[in-house]
Design a protein around this ligand. Structure first.
Ligand SMILES: NC(=O)c1ccc[n+]([C@@H]2O[C@H](COP(=O)([O-])OP(=O)(O)OC[C@H]3O[C@@H](n4cnc5c(N)ncnc54)[C@H](OP(=O)(O)O)[C@@H]3O)[C@@H](O)[C@H]2O)c1
Length: 228
């Protein structure tokens, strides 16, 4: 690694936006550690000397702790938790089994913040923690009501991200809470607005422009500030 080469940890990179972010940061000359839950053929296909692939489930605290220990020699300019789920997102809240709704909350809101807390000591000076939220996490922009459990989980992520930033304000921590657009992935579906390349190019531009900016900032992939 050269002195000036930036270093990113992208969490949840087996496919979709995480995979696209890995490819984009590598193409921009960053060194990248990418995590998968199970072996990802798409990640394995990436042939880059600057790529390291690790395995972790963000819901597994012991696994996250082991990953943290395994990366003890690393300092990251960007720690980006991309992983998320949209289980039974089309069903209204009362139709979703309690344990399913609870799991969506745990994976989308609790686990990313616990991951950030565990890895904060691996953040390089001038770096940022990025969390993949959604415009659906905005309470004030909720005019359609749908995607209830998913919406609530991302609103919870936003709230917990603000609390995380306040807890670490003395360290001037930088927290970027990002909306990638409505993107054609397994989660976004074929009818979504934009492709992965458009989203991840915008997200990488936003991250680069905002890197190290203290505070908690809720931004979309074009750099527009979103209302909470
Ligand atoms: N697509 C959109 O339009 C859109 C819009 C707004 C926000 N987002 C957010 O963007 C993020 C990525 O979405 P996507 O569209 O790329 O979705 P996707 O194609 O369904 O990919 C989801 C990724 O998250 C990983 N993941 C899920 N649970 C995990 C866990 N417990 N531990 C570790 N990794 C886990 C998956 O790994 P496996 O392959 O192992 O399942 C996969 O890599 C999510 O947080 C999503 O909520 C997406």
């Amino acid at each position: 690694m050269t002195q000036s080469q930036k270093n990113a940890l992208i969490v949840g990179a087996s496919r979709g936006l995480g995979l696209g972010l890995v490819e984009t940061f590598l193409a921009r000359g960053w060194r990248v550690t990418a995590t998968q839950r199970t072996p990802s053929p798409d990640l394995a296909r990436l042939d880059a000397r600057s790529l390291r692939v690790e395995t972790a489930d963000i819901d597994d605290d012991a696994g996250v702790a082991a990953l943290h220990d395994g990366l003890a020699d690393q300092r990251f300019d960007l720690i980006f938790v991309v992983a998320g789920v949209a289980t039974r997102a089309h069903d209204p809240l009362h139709a979703v089994p309690r344990e399913v709704a609870a799991q969506v909350y745990l994976t989308n809101a609790v686990s990313p913040i616990r991951f950030a807390e565990t890895f904060l000591d691996r953040l390089a000076p001038g770096g940022s923690v990025a969390l993949m939220s959604s415009i659906l996490g905005s309470v004030s922009l909720n005019d359609t009501g749908d995607w209830e459990t998913y919406r609530a989980s991302k609103a919870a992520l936003n709230t917990l991200a603000r609390s995380f930033e306040i807890r670490h304000r003395a360290e001037a921590v930088s927290v970027l809470i990002l909306h990638p657009g409505w993107v054609r992935t397994d989660m976004g579906g074929a009818g979504a607005d934009i492709d992965v390349a458009t989203s991840v190019t915008g997200l990488a531009d936003v991250v680069t422009a905002q890197l190290g900016r203290p505070g908690a900032h809720y931004l979309d992939y074009r750099g527009e500030t979103l209302p909470w």
